[in-house]
Write a protein that binds this ligand. Structure first.
Ligand SMILES: Cc1cc2nc3c(=O)[nH]c(=O)nc-3n(C[C@H](O)[C@H](O)[C@H](O)COP(=O)(O)O)c2cc1C
Length: 326
């Protein structure tokens, strides 16, 4: 049985068919991957900071647009763009009729919220704690991407896990929530919806998709991954989750000092050339749930089908005589 996402606020805000986002991971979530997610009915999110000139981002965006008219969201990593002195330039471009959705992270969304509202663009902000969520809602954002500590990427040592964070945030705010961290399929999606989310965002699942621009060795390392390690990249109270391979174990034991380099080696050597002896494979805990490289469309279709299957299974607990009724 399948249901409908009609009435879902994230679908209403963005115009996507399925409330499933790819994570706006630097280098990964460029036109090729984000465009494939949009074309398959999900909410593609394209990041704007790893290509350091706007012309490159704009060219990829236009290429996606030449293949699909489906909504494509844009993300601004505020601290990185600020460091590059490009916040205003990118913001002007984003808000110039290109997208229904801007996503921001790591920085104050207050001035952006005013500009987005004037431009008729919805603004969602990525948060990893209740305090960040409350501040963002006070700043006037329209929705939140709630990232639990299961996520890949850089996280604070105090970051809460998604299971508690979602419940905490949903009890205090009334904006649409997109759940991120530890979700790789429709089981995770059903769980996130039960806790108050109206959409999910998957990083590791889409990073290992057929259309992901990363080297095949990286994708295979995700498929092979049975455990993730929360390594210390030498950046203070920050941790980075990585696939538990030989190099990661050496870093974890302290045999290799990763100080100053969050990827403990030249990231692009791994990204472009598959040199997993040189750089760690960043991924979320969800890597342990992934056992094949699949095309984006299949990932989305399988996730939606399993989601409705699980919702139906739970609804059946209400039937008289079922195991759920006492
Ligand atoms: C290797 C890696 C790098 C990441 N880098 C970024 C980033 O540059 N910007 C960002 O907003 N999120 C980044 N994230 C976090 C994702 O946005 C998202 O929260 C996370 O992937 C969700 O967890 P999942 O991978 O289990 O689905 C990164 C995640 C991974 C795995």
């Amino acid at each position: 049985m399948s249901g409908s996402f009609e009435g879902n606020r994230v679908v209403r805000d963005t115009g996507c068919r399925f409330p499933i986002f790819n994570a706006p991971v630097g280098y990964f979530a460029r036109g090729q991957l984000a465009g494939a997610v949009s074309a398959a009915g999900g909410m593609g999110l394209m990041e704007t900071s790893s290509a350091t000139v706007l012309e490159a981002t704009a060219a990829e965006f236009d290429l996606v647009r030449s293949h699909t008219a489906a909504p494509l969201g844009l993300q601004m990593f505020l601290r990185v763009l600020k460091g590059q002195g490009r916040v205003e330039e990118v913001l002007d471009w984003v808000l110039d009729g290109r997208t229904p959705l801007l996503v921001t992270c790591v920085g104050d969304p207050t001035p952006i919220a005013v500009r987005a509202r004037d431009a008729g663009v919805k603004l969602y902000h990525q948060i990893g704690s209740l305090n960040d969520a409350l501040r963002a809602v006070d700043a006037g954002v329209d929705g939140l991407i709630v990232e639990g500590a299961e996520s890949g990427g850089l996280r604070g040592v105090r970051s809460p896990q998604l299971f508690t964070l979602l419940q905490q945030v949903r009890s205090r705010v009334d904006v649409p929530l997109v759940a991120a961290g530890g979700i790789a399929d429709g089981y995770g999606m059903a769980g996130a919806f039960a806790l108050g989310a109206e959409a999910i965002l998957m990083g590791t699942r889409f990073m290992s998709a057929a259309e992901s621009p990363v080297h095949h060795n990286w994708k295979q390392a995700i498929v092979d991954c049975n455990v993730t390690l929360n390594t210390d990249p030498g950046m203070g109270p920050i941790r980075m989750r990585v696939a538990g391979n030989e190099l990661a174990e050496a870093v974890f034991r302290g045999d290799i000092d990763p100080a100053g380099n969050p990827y403990a080696g030249p990231f692009l050597e791994a990204f472009e050339h598959g040199r997993l002896d040189k750089a760690l494979v960043g991924c979320g805990e969800s890597a342990v749930l992934i056992d094949t490289v699949k095309p984006v469309r299949e990932i989305i279709e399988d996730t939606v089908a399993t989601f409705w299957q699980e919702v139906t299974r739970l609804a059946q607990l209400l039937q008289p005589g079922s195991a759920g009724i006492v």
